[in-house]
Each structure stands twice: as C-alpha cells, then as structure tokens.
Design a protein around this ligand. Sequence first.
Ligand SMILES: [Zn+2]
Length: 329
Amino acid sequence: MGRVCREIQDWIEQEVERPIDTWVDREETRCRTEPCNYWCACCNKWFCWIIVIAVKIVQIIIEIIKVLVTRVICETVNLVLDLLAFIVTLILSIPILGGILRTIINWVTEIFWRLIGLGDFLVSLAGFRPRKKMYLGAIVPSIDGVAILDDSSIMRQIDATIRYYDVTCNINVIFTGICHTGVEAPQDGLVVNCGAEGFFRDWLVGGSYFEFATSTCKFQDNFRRIIGLGAELIVFIVQNVTPDGIPVLGGISNTIGCSFGSTHNYVVVEGLTSHSEFVTAHEIGHACWLPHDGDANNLMSGGGLPSGMPSITNFQIALVRWSKHCVYI
Ligand SMILES: [Zn+2]
C-alpha cells in the first residue's frame, strides 16, 4: 500500500472514525439506560436510537469513502506515479549519463524546495518548530550471500538517528526498514572515497548500483525521489569509507561515513559497533546541508563525534528542517 495512502487512511481512522465510535458507544449506553418518558410513549428513547442509527449510517458512508479514496484512487495514482518514476530511475542508473542527470536533478529540486520553504526556515530559526517528518531507509549489500553488516548494528545507528532528530529538531524520522538488496555491489559500492574522487566516481558503476538498489528496494519512494520533496534518505552500508590513516593533530583520522550533501539521496556508513552510534545522524546532517563544526561536542564535529549525545545549534536545526527531505505531509 502506498505510503501516503496509508497515512491518509490512518488519519481518517484516528481523527474521524475513532471519535465517532466513542460517541456512538456512549449514546447507545445512554439510549439503553435512559428512563422512558411514558407520557409520549417513550419518544425520548426512540429519538435517541434514531440519532444513533443515523450516525451509524454516516459511519458506513465514511468507511466507503475511505476505502474509495485510499485503496482505489490513492493507490492507483501512487502506483502509476511510482512506475513512471521507476522508468526514470532506470535511466538514472545508466553510468555517466544517469550520474550527471542525478546530480542535476538532486540539486535543482533541493534549491527549488528550499526557495519554496524559505518562510518555514525563518520560522524554524525563530524557534517555532511544529512536528515535521523525514523518511529513512537502510540498504545493506551481501557478499557470497552474507550481509556485510548485521541488522542489530544497523539498528543501533537508526535508533540513535530517530531519537536524536526527535529530541533536537522535533522531526519524526520514519524508518522504512532494512533492505537486503539482491543487487550485487561493485567494488565502488563497497569502498567509497569521500573526496572529489568519490564525487565523480559516483557517476560510474558504483553510483549506478546505489541508484538501482534504491529504486528496487524502495519502490514506493520512486516518485518522491524524482520530485525531491519528502524523498527518503537512504543509509547504504559499505565496507569502508576512505580516506583512512590520515595523520592529524593528536592521532590518525579514519573516515567512517560520507555524504555529498544534496548530490545524493543516500549517505554511506560503515556502521561498526566500535563507532559512534550518531555517525548516521551526522551524515544525514551533511545531506541536509550542515557543514563541519569546530565544536567537539557538536553533531557536525569534523574531528570525531563526542561520546555522549551531541549538541546542535539553533541555526543547524533550522537548516535541517529546511531540507527537501523534511516535510509536514
Ligand atoms: Zn562529516
């Protein structure tokens, strides 16, 4: 069932059907227990039951409308849009041509939706932050039939991300599940360079893998991914993110995650339990335009994440909430 259709269905059930149900239950009890007015041949009881029956008829009509809107119209429209978008994503999976098109589409849609949402950014910056939502999925490749990372390690990252953005930004991160993709990962899909080289390598076979695995694993996101608004962010598990072993002040720097900002709808992480559980939250920060921050306690600290809950500034919160991935509906 289409994601939006399910959300509409849930909304009707919670906001319309449930309150009516409660009301009908209460009225039925009242009709049953109310003493009869014998002077009018129990007219008060009849009236009561007539109203209850009328409301029950309305309930049936609402149920029919709900099924028609969510199951028939919404489902059909969604399926057609996702199918059309799937064809587009096949073109976007072509090395070089698809890669360049992906880069252009992702940046154009990002800038477009940021311009539209400029007011929301300013409102967030001023501290008014109604609940928004962001979809998040994980894709893990396998080598010789064995996933390169176990589900519990992936969930450690996902749970931390959900918790973090909920508490700090009032964003409901909706997790769409771990997909064990059957698409075989090429070397570029397993070891990702997080520099200029990696940016251009994404136009080659590695990028095609990320795109094709996403369009098959997350079929229901295809349409949103093309138009950008509310597009799901995907965490791809990889074996290694490079460069590693760079000497820095006070030690050696190993890269454990990567995002190229709006260029991609995905981020990559190694996800080992020896790493901070907030690596994914950090990479999603990049995907939502957050650059590195000099504060060692900040989520976007460039020199390794703090051991506890990272901090985030007011401006950073507003930037994340302004992202095309972060929406109200
Ligand atoms: Zn970073």
